[in-house]
Write a protein that binds this ligand. Structure first.
Ligand SMILES: [Zn+2]
Length: 307
Protein backbone atom coordinates (compact mmCIF):
# COMPACT_ATOMS: atom_id res chain seq x y z
CA UNK A 1 0.00 0.00 0.00
CA UNK A 2 1.68 3.19 -1.10
CA UNK A 3 -0.44 6.27 -1.04
CA UNK A 4 -0.11 9.75 0.31
CA UNK A 5 -3.52 11.22 0.38
CA UNK A 6 -5.62 13.39 2.62
CA UNK A 7 -9.21 12.45 3.34
CA UNK A 8 -11.34 15.31 4.59
CA UNK A 9 -13.61 14.19 7.42
CA UNK A 10 -14.90 17.50 8.72
CA UNK A 11 -14.47 21.18 7.91
CA UNK A 12 -16.58 23.15 10.36
CA UNK A 13 -15.27 25.24 13.21
CA UNK A 14 -16.99 25.50 16.57
CA UNK A 15 -20.19 23.56 15.73
CA UNK A 16 -21.13 21.14 12.97
CA UNK A 17 -23.53 22.35 10.26
CA UNK A 18 -25.95 20.35 8.10
CA UNK A 19 -23.20 19.82 5.53
CA UNK A 20 -20.02 20.04 7.53
CA UNK A 21 -18.81 18.05 10.50
CA UNK A 22 -16.53 19.25 13.26
CA UNK A 23 -12.80 19.23 12.39
CA UNK A 24 -11.23 16.00 11.25
CA UNK A 25 -8.76 14.93 8.54
CA UNK A 26 -7.06 11.63 7.84
CA UNK A 27 -3.65 11.58 6.19
CA UNK A 28 -2.71 8.27 4.61
CA UNK A 29 1.08 8.20 4.31
CA UNK A 30 2.10 4.82 2.94
CA UNK A 31 1.55 2.36 5.80
CA UNK A 32 0.95 5.10 8.36
CA UNK A 33 -2.38 6.76 8.99
CA UNK A 34 -2.46 10.09 10.77
CA UNK A 35 -5.74 11.29 12.18
CA UNK A 36 -5.75 15.05 12.69
CA UNK A 37 -7.98 16.67 15.31
CA UNK A 38 -10.93 14.28 15.62
CA UNK A 39 -13.83 16.58 16.49
CA UNK A 40 -17.23 15.28 17.53
CA UNK A 41 -18.69 12.78 15.06
CA UNK A 42 -15.36 11.79 13.54
CA UNK A 43 -16.08 8.08 14.01
CA UNK A 44 -19.27 8.48 11.97
CA UNK A 45 -17.47 10.44 9.26
CA UNK A 46 -14.79 7.75 9.04
CA UNK A 47 -17.50 5.20 8.39
CA UNK A 48 -19.19 7.37 5.77
CA UNK A 49 -15.95 8.04 3.92
CA UNK A 50 -14.43 4.58 4.29
CA UNK A 51 -11.52 5.30 6.58
CA UNK A 52 -11.07 2.16 8.66
CA UNK A 53 -10.29 2.79 12.33
CA UNK A 54 -7.63 0.10 12.07
CA UNK A 55 -5.71 2.37 9.66
CA UNK A 56 -5.05 4.95 12.38
CA UNK A 57 -1.45 4.73 13.59
CA UNK A 58 -1.02 8.31 14.81
CA UNK A 59 -3.33 10.96 16.20
CA UNK A 60 -2.26 14.61 16.18
CA UNK A 61 -4.11 17.12 18.32
CA UNK A 62 -3.52 20.80 17.69
CA UNK A 63 -5.26 21.85 20.89
CA UNK A 64 -8.03 20.86 23.23
CA UNK A 65 -10.98 22.97 22.11
CA UNK A 66 -13.95 20.65 21.65
CA UNK A 67 -14.20 20.97 17.88
CA UNK A 68 -10.75 19.36 17.69
CA UNK A 69 -10.94 16.53 20.19
CA UNK A 70 -14.49 15.60 21.24
CA UNK A 71 -14.36 12.64 18.85
CA UNK A 72 -11.21 11.16 20.38
CA UNK A 73 -12.87 8.77 22.88
CA UNK A 74 -15.15 7.29 20.22
CA UNK A 75 -12.37 6.79 17.72
CA UNK A 76 -10.09 5.13 20.27
CA UNK A 77 -12.84 2.81 21.43
CA UNK A 78 -13.59 1.92 17.81
CA UNK A 79 -9.92 1.11 17.20
CA UNK A 80 -9.93 -1.12 20.31
CA UNK A 81 -12.97 -2.91 18.96
CA UNK A 82 -11.62 -3.45 15.46
CA UNK A 83 -8.01 -4.15 16.35
CA UNK A 84 -7.53 -4.90 20.05
CA UNK A 85 -4.09 -4.00 21.35
CA UNK A 86 -3.23 -1.81 18.37
CA UNK A 87 -0.39 0.64 18.93
CA UNK A 88 -1.37 4.25 18.34
CA UNK A 89 0.90 7.24 18.95
CA UNK A 90 -0.79 10.41 20.07
CA UNK A 91 0.85 13.84 19.82
CA UNK A 92 -0.73 16.66 21.82
CA UNK A 93 -0.06 19.76 23.91
CA UNK A 94 1.48 18.42 27.12
CA UNK A 95 0.45 21.51 29.02
CA UNK A 96 -3.14 20.21 29.02
CA UNK A 97 -2.30 16.63 29.94
CA UNK A 98 -5.29 16.64 32.30
CA UNK A 99 -7.74 17.26 29.42
CA UNK A 100 -6.36 14.26 27.57
CA UNK A 101 -6.70 12.21 30.75
CA UNK A 102 -10.34 13.28 31.05
CA UNK A 103 -11.08 12.39 27.43
CA UNK A 104 -9.50 8.95 27.85
CA UNK A 105 -11.44 8.29 31.02
CA UNK A 106 -14.86 9.73 30.16
CA UNK A 107 -16.80 6.48 29.70
CA UNK A 108 -16.80 2.95 31.02
CA UNK A 109 -14.96 0.90 28.47
CA UNK A 110 -12.18 -1.58 27.96
CA UNK A 111 -9.22 0.58 26.96
CA UNK A 112 -7.59 -1.96 24.68
CA UNK A 113 -5.31 0.32 22.65
CA UNK A 114 -1.58 0.63 23.23
CA UNK A 115 -1.57 4.40 23.37
CA UNK A 116 1.92 5.89 23.12
CA UNK A 117 1.88 9.46 24.40
CA UNK A 118 4.15 12.00 22.81
CA UNK A 119 3.36 15.19 24.65
CA UNK A 120 4.67 18.42 23.21
CA UNK A 121 5.90 21.22 25.44
CA UNK A 122 7.48 24.57 24.76
CA UNK A 123 7.66 26.44 21.49
CA UNK A 124 8.80 23.66 19.21
CA UNK A 125 9.51 19.94 19.13
CA UNK A 126 10.83 17.59 16.45
CA UNK A 127 9.97 13.91 16.47
CA UNK A 128 11.27 11.06 14.38
CA UNK A 129 8.28 8.95 13.40
CA UNK A 130 10.45 6.48 11.51
CA UNK A 131 8.95 7.15 8.09
CA UNK A 132 9.23 10.96 8.37
CA UNK A 133 9.98 13.67 10.87
CA UNK A 134 7.21 15.55 12.57
CA UNK A 135 7.63 19.11 13.76
CA UNK A 136 5.20 20.67 16.21
CA UNK A 137 5.35 24.43 16.70
CA UNK A 138 3.27 26.69 18.93
CA UNK A 139 0.82 28.91 17.06
CA UNK A 140 -1.00 32.07 18.10
CA UNK A 141 -4.44 31.04 19.39
CA UNK A 142 -4.72 32.26 22.96
CA UNK A 143 -4.56 28.70 24.32
CA UNK A 144 -1.64 26.35 23.66
CA UNK A 145 -2.10 25.18 20.09
CA UNK A 146 0.41 23.42 17.85
CA UNK A 147 0.72 23.41 14.11
CA UNK A 148 2.41 20.40 12.51
CA UNK A 149 4.67 19.64 9.61
CA UNK A 150 5.38 16.15 8.36
CA UNK A 151 8.58 15.98 6.34
CA UNK A 152 9.94 13.12 4.32
CA UNK A 153 13.76 13.12 4.10
CA UNK A 154 15.23 14.36 0.85
CA UNK A 155 16.17 11.64 -1.58
CA UNK A 156 19.16 11.22 -3.84
CA UNK A 157 18.65 9.34 -7.09
CA UNK A 158 21.88 8.07 -8.62
CA UNK A 159 21.91 8.00 -12.41
CA UNK A 160 23.42 4.74 -13.77
CA UNK A 161 24.93 6.30 -16.89
CA UNK A 162 26.63 9.02 -14.84
CA UNK A 163 27.91 6.45 -12.34
CA UNK A 164 29.45 4.49 -15.19
CA UNK A 165 30.94 7.64 -16.67
CA UNK A 166 32.65 8.49 -13.37
CA UNK A 167 33.65 4.89 -12.65
CA UNK A 168 31.57 4.63 -9.48
CA UNK A 169 30.02 1.28 -8.66
CA UNK A 170 29.05 -1.12 -5.82
CA UNK A 171 30.30 -0.14 -2.37
CA UNK A 172 31.68 3.15 -3.72
CA UNK A 173 28.19 4.20 -4.80
CA UNK A 174 26.85 3.39 -1.36
CA UNK A 175 29.59 5.42 0.29
CA UNK A 176 28.95 8.31 -2.06
CA UNK A 177 25.30 8.33 -1.00
CA UNK A 178 26.25 8.25 2.68
CA UNK A 179 29.17 10.66 2.67
CA UNK A 180 28.41 12.90 -0.28
CA UNK A 181 31.78 12.36 -1.98
CA UNK A 182 34.28 9.63 -2.85
CA UNK A 183 37.62 9.47 -4.55
CA UNK A 184 37.97 7.44 -7.77
CA UNK A 185 41.44 7.06 -9.28
CA UNK A 186 42.62 10.21 -7.55
CA UNK A 187 39.61 12.24 -8.65
CA UNK A 188 36.94 13.45 -6.26
CA UNK A 189 33.38 12.65 -7.28
CA UNK A 190 30.53 14.44 -5.51
CA UNK A 191 26.85 13.58 -5.46
CA UNK A 192 25.95 16.36 -7.86
CA UNK A 193 28.19 14.72 -10.51
CA UNK A 194 26.24 11.49 -10.66
CA UNK A 195 22.83 12.05 -9.12
CA UNK A 196 19.93 14.38 -8.55
CA UNK A 197 18.55 15.37 -5.20
CA UNK A 198 14.81 15.40 -4.85
CA UNK A 199 13.15 17.14 -1.93
CA UNK A 200 10.94 14.84 0.15
CA UNK A 201 7.22 15.38 0.28
CA UNK A 202 5.89 17.46 3.10
CA UNK A 203 2.56 18.27 4.63
CA UNK A 204 1.75 21.23 6.86
CA UNK A 205 -1.29 21.52 9.09
CA UNK A 206 -2.00 24.99 10.39
CA UNK A 207 -5.07 25.52 12.60
CA UNK A 208 -6.26 27.38 14.84
CA UNK A 209 -4.22 30.55 14.76
CA UNK A 210 -3.73 34.11 13.65
CA UNK A 211 -1.37 34.47 10.70
CA UNK A 212 2.09 34.36 12.27
CA UNK A 213 5.77 33.66 11.62
CA UNK A 214 5.55 30.18 13.12
CA UNK A 215 2.78 29.24 10.69
CA UNK A 216 4.88 30.60 7.84
CA UNK A 217 7.86 28.51 8.89
CA UNK A 218 5.76 25.34 9.16
CA UNK A 219 4.31 25.91 5.71
CA UNK A 220 7.57 26.82 3.98
CA UNK A 221 7.82 24.95 0.66
CA UNK A 222 5.32 22.36 1.90
CA UNK A 223 3.87 20.09 -0.76
CA UNK A 224 0.40 20.63 0.67
CA UNK A 225 -0.69 23.20 3.22
CA UNK A 226 -3.91 22.36 5.03
CA UNK A 227 -4.84 25.67 6.58
CA UNK A 228 -7.68 27.10 8.56
CA UNK A 229 -9.76 29.87 7.01
CA UNK A 230 -12.39 30.47 9.62
CA UNK A 231 -13.56 33.82 8.29
CA UNK A 232 -14.04 35.73 5.07
CA UNK A 233 -12.30 39.06 4.62
CA UNK A 234 -15.40 41.00 5.71
CA UNK A 235 -14.89 39.52 9.19
CA UNK A 236 -11.15 40.19 9.45
CA UNK A 237 -11.78 41.95 12.76
CA UNK A 238 -13.37 38.80 14.20
CA UNK A 239 -10.45 36.71 12.94
CA UNK A 240 -8.06 38.97 14.80
CA UNK A 241 -10.23 39.03 17.92
CA UNK A 242 -10.72 35.24 18.13
CA UNK A 243 -7.20 34.36 16.97
CA UNK A 244 -8.12 32.84 13.61
CA UNK A 245 -7.37 33.54 9.97
CA UNK A 246 -9.33 34.78 7.01
CA UNK A 247 -9.28 33.07 3.62
CA UNK A 248 -7.19 35.95 2.27
CA UNK A 249 -4.64 35.50 5.06
CA UNK A 250 -4.49 31.75 4.39
CA UNK A 251 -3.82 32.57 0.72
CA UNK A 252 -1.12 35.04 1.69
CA UNK A 253 0.46 32.50 4.02
CA UNK A 254 0.59 29.87 1.28
CA UNK A 255 2.01 32.36 -1.22
CA UNK A 256 4.67 33.70 1.15
CA UNK A 257 5.61 30.18 2.20
CA UNK A 258 5.88 28.93 -1.37
CA UNK A 259 3.49 26.05 -0.65
CA UNK A 260 2.82 23.64 -3.50
CA UNK A 261 -0.93 23.56 -2.89
CA UNK A 262 -3.42 25.07 -0.45
CA UNK A 263 -6.48 23.38 0.99
CA UNK A 264 -8.72 25.51 3.21
CA UNK A 265 -10.70 24.11 6.11
CA UNK A 266 -12.27 25.01 9.49
CA UNK A 267 -14.96 27.32 8.14
CA UNK A 268 -17.21 29.37 10.36
CA UNK A 269 -20.68 27.82 10.62
CA UNK A 270 -22.21 31.18 9.65
CA UNK A 271 -21.47 30.35 5.98
CA UNK A 272 -23.35 27.60 4.15
CA UNK A 273 -21.38 27.99 0.97
CA UNK A 274 -17.58 27.81 1.00
CA UNK A 275 -16.97 28.94 -2.60
CA UNK A 276 -16.24 32.46 -1.38
CA UNK A 277 -13.38 31.14 0.78
CA UNK A 278 -11.73 29.52 -2.25
CA UNK A 279 -12.33 32.64 -4.32
CA UNK A 280 -10.82 35.02 -1.76
CA UNK A 281 -7.78 32.82 -1.09
CA UNK A 282 -7.46 32.05 -4.82
CA UNK A 283 -7.03 35.75 -5.61
CA UNK A 284 -3.78 35.60 -3.62
CA UNK A 285 -2.80 31.97 -4.15
CA UNK A 286 -4.16 30.66 -7.47
CA UNK A 287 -5.58 27.15 -7.23
CA UNK A 288 -6.58 27.41 -3.56
CA UNK A 289 -9.37 24.97 -2.77
CA UNK A 290 -12.01 24.90 -0.07
CA UNK A 291 -12.19 21.40 1.40
CA UNK A 292 -15.54 19.63 1.51
CA UNK A 293 -16.31 16.79 3.87
CA UNK A 294 -15.47 13.57 2.06
CA UNK A 295 -12.96 15.12 -0.36
CA UNK A 296 -9.78 13.21 -1.15
CA UNK A 297 -6.66 15.15 -2.05
CA UNK A 298 -3.35 13.64 -3.16
CA UNK A 299 -0.21 15.10 -1.64
CA UNK A 300 1.51 16.68 -4.64
CA UNK A 301 5.05 15.69 -5.57
CA UNK A 302 7.47 18.57 -5.01
CA UNK A 303 7.87 20.39 -8.31
CA UNK A 304 11.44 21.55 -7.86
CA UNK A 305 14.46 19.30 -7.62
CA UNK A 306 17.30 20.85 -5.61
CA UNK A 307 19.69 20.90 -8.49
ZN1 LIG B 1 -11.29 25.12 16.06
Amino acid sequence: MSERRLRVLGTSSRVPTRDRNHSGHFLAWDEAGLLLDPGEGTQRQMGLFRVSASRVSHILLSHFHGDHCLGLPGVLQRIALEMPGKRVEIVYPGEQEHVLANLLDCTLHHADVELVRRSVRGDQADMDLGFATLRAAALDHGVTCYGYRLQEPDKVNLLPERLAEFGVSGPLARRLKEEGKVEVHGREVVLGDVGVRRPGQSFAYVTDTRKCEVALKLAENSSLLLCEATYLHEHADLAQQYAHMTAVQAGELAAEAGAGALLLTHFSPRHNDTDDFAREAGAVFPGAQAARDGDEVDIPRPARPFD
